[in-house]
Design a protein around this ligand. Structure first.
Ligand code: GAF
Length: 383
């Protein structure tokens, strides 16, 4: 479904359910070129928003109740705005959480009606949940707070929603990318200071392509939170607030005092934070071979040391290597979802055909293929 078709469907459904029309808002899913599991360690990430969005039509309804319909799940929820009003359905908790986090920060949220839908694939590691949070955070800021809540705070509102209402102790990357995304640009974010820089990303002679294994990743109650705990344990052992300040020498020095598992997790993070900076430098030189090599290194680390890959994603990574793809790695939190691949233009078609065929032969279903278009993040939809 195109974004325009989705927009028309939302408009129609809103009218049927709630009568008059409301205002349209959207926010985007994201890719991340490099810098995985570094955000909650105070490190760097390098994401960009994509042309797949969650879109919502919203209208204040003059009551103290929220009435919201999810078109994709075909489910309706109605809830109040106090802590004890939390809805049961997990999709509705994202919307409720955003309302509560705005209120907790002294902002205003009153009752509203909403219909939303999306074309960010669910469970593919493209941050559909951050897109949902950012869409509502942005919209409620415009509708009830005169746009006064700062953009970074909107991202934090989404992140706190994950922590406090959805059970995922995530970092800030996904919500940041979804709120700050800018067409044609990746963003290097220093997750400790909050400083960020836009990097125009129009690789000459290369394309970014995502191969979605369709192994669903689910971060809530998953080993994701355990990975974070490992990192925090090691940082505390080293006397640092986060692993951002840790070095391999320091880590080696405590090797015998920590578990082998914690050692491997921290090793990955320490190596990964340097890779982000190396990739940014390489990009500025137009050196895509180095960018690609670092992506493979990240995959290796995520698979062997951080252990967030799975058989299907390792298989896709092998196919990429064997077909001469410049760079390939698992993307996002892990445990399923996509690989992100940097492919020379002249190899693109062969690689995609080969990946689809070989994956299907081995796992009995075709992976999905998405070309990446770097796009804008949270916004009011222009009609
Ligand atoms: C998930 C989280 F939500 C992010 O904060 C980040 O940690 C990512 O996994 C891994 O880089 O998407």
């Amino acid at each position: 479904m195109t974004t325009q078709e989705m927009q028309n469907n939302i408009r129609e459904t809103f009218k049927e359910r709630f009568g008059e029309s409301g205002e349209l808002f959207a926010s985007a899913g994201r890719i991340n070129l490099i810098g995985e599991h570094t955000d909650y360690n105070g490190g760097f990430v390098f994401p960009g928003a994509i042309d797949k969005v969650i879109m919502a039509e919203i209208r204040p309804n003059g009551t103290d109740k929220v009435r919201v319909y999810s078109m994709d799940i075909d489910d309706y929820a109605e809830f109040g705005l106090n802590e004890e009003d939390a809805p049961k359905a997990s999709w509705a908790r994202y919307v409720f959480g955003v309302c509560r986090e705005i209120i907790k920060r002294g902002g205003t949220v009153k009752g509203f009606d909403a219909v939303f839908a999306g074309n960010v694939p669910l469970g593919a590691g493209l941050s559909s949940s951050a897109a949902l949070e950012s869409c509502f955070a942005f919209a409620l800021n415009e509708l009830f707070n005169d746009g006064k809540i700062e953009k970074f705070e909107l991202a934090r509102i989404g992140q706190s929603t994950e922590h406090n209402y959805c059970g995922v102790n995530c970092g800030i990357m996904d919500q940041f990318a979804s709120v700050f995304g800018k067409e044609g640009n990746l963003m290097r974010l220093d997750c400790r200071s909050g400083e960020y820089e836009y990097f125009p990303f129009r690789p000459e002679g290369y394309k970014l392509v995502l191969i979605d294994s369709r192994v669903k990743h689910e971060l809530a109650d998953s080993p994701y939170n355990k990975r974070r705990e490992s990192c925090e344990r090691v940082a505390a052992k080293l006397g640092h607030e986060t692993l951002r300040d840790a070095t391999m020498e320091e880590l080696e020095a405590v090797k015998s005092d920590i578990s082998a598992e914690d050692f491997s997790r921290a090793k990955f993070v320490i190596e990964e934070k340097d890779r982000v900076l190396a990739v940014c430098d390489a990009l500025e030189r137009g050196d895509y071979e180095t960018v690609g090599r670092k992506m493979y290194e990240t995959h290796e680390g995520l698979s062997k040391d951080y252990e967030v890959s799975c058989e299907e994603l390792d298989f896709l990574n092998d196919v990429a290597r064997e077909t001469g793809v410049a760079g390939s790695r698992i993307m996002g939190g892990g445990f399923g979802g996509c690989t992100i691949n940097l492919v020379a233009d002249d190899r693109h078609d062969t690689f995609v055909a080969e990946a689809v065929k070989r994956f299907n032969e081995k796992y009995g279903h075709e992976p999905m293929v998405y070309d990446v278009v770097i796009s804008d993040g949270a916004r009011r939809v222009k009609e």
